[in-house]
Design a protein around this ligand. Structure first.
Ligand code: URA
Length: 185
């Protein structure tokens, strides 16, 4: 079994924070483990918790559409979250939950080894772009992190209610094909 599958088994048995008590399923991540593009959301919601897969609710449908617009789909990218278990009633994850769970995301990043990471929403942006600036300031900026770049954009769930953010997010995501084709990032 490869490292990513071993990690999945480890997380499926995780009890590091209280979210294991209320989860139906762990949402490890999904997609192409050799992808050069990793998309990182926040935490599973209702449908993700039921199915054990990331972004399968209404935000996920929008994400699929946005990916299709730039010639991508779930077979070509990997999708994961900062938090692997659903917070009750979709509340924001707390600091302890983020510190318990984020080492798993860092391990996924090291095994998948993407060149480009899209952070969707504030939690993944804070963690991976290492900035406290709000999304209206940082979206679409390219943060160089070692041999990777991190590009923050608005969370698709937020875009469902804010057409102006959806427009900005489309502009941000339109940078991806170029970033992926660059030899040196
Ligand atoms: N929102 C997220 O951030 N991740 C999911 O998997 C679903 C909704």
């Amino acid at each position: 079994m490869n490292e990513l599958e071993l990690l999945r088994q480890e997380i499926e048995a995780c009890t590091k924070c209280d979210l294991y008590k209320t989860r139906t399923r762990v949402v490890f991540g999904d997609g192409n483990p050799n992808a050069k593009l990793l998309i990182v959301g926040e935490a599973p919601g209702y449908y993700e918790d039921k199915r054990g897969l990331p972004f399968v609710g209404s935000a996920g449908k929008l994400l699929d559409k946005l990916l299709e617009e730039i010639g991508l789909n779930r077979d070509k990218v990997y999708i994961a979250n900062v938090i692997k278990c659903r917070p009750p009633n979709n509340r924001d994850p707390n600091i302890d939950e983020v510190s318990a769970c984020s080492p798993y995301l860092f391990a996924q990043i090291s095994y998948i080894s993407p060149r480009v990471i899209i952070t969707m929403g504030n939690h993944s942006t804070r963690l991976l772009a290492e900035t406290d600036l709000g999304m209206t300031k940082v979206h679409g900026r390219v943060f160089k992190k070692g041999d990777k770049v991190v590009l923050p954009t608005f969370h698709p769930a937020a875009c469902l209610y804010h057409p102006e953010w959806l427009k900005l997010s489309r502009e941000d995501l339109a940078k991806i094909p170029d970033l992926l084709s660059k030899k040196d990032l």
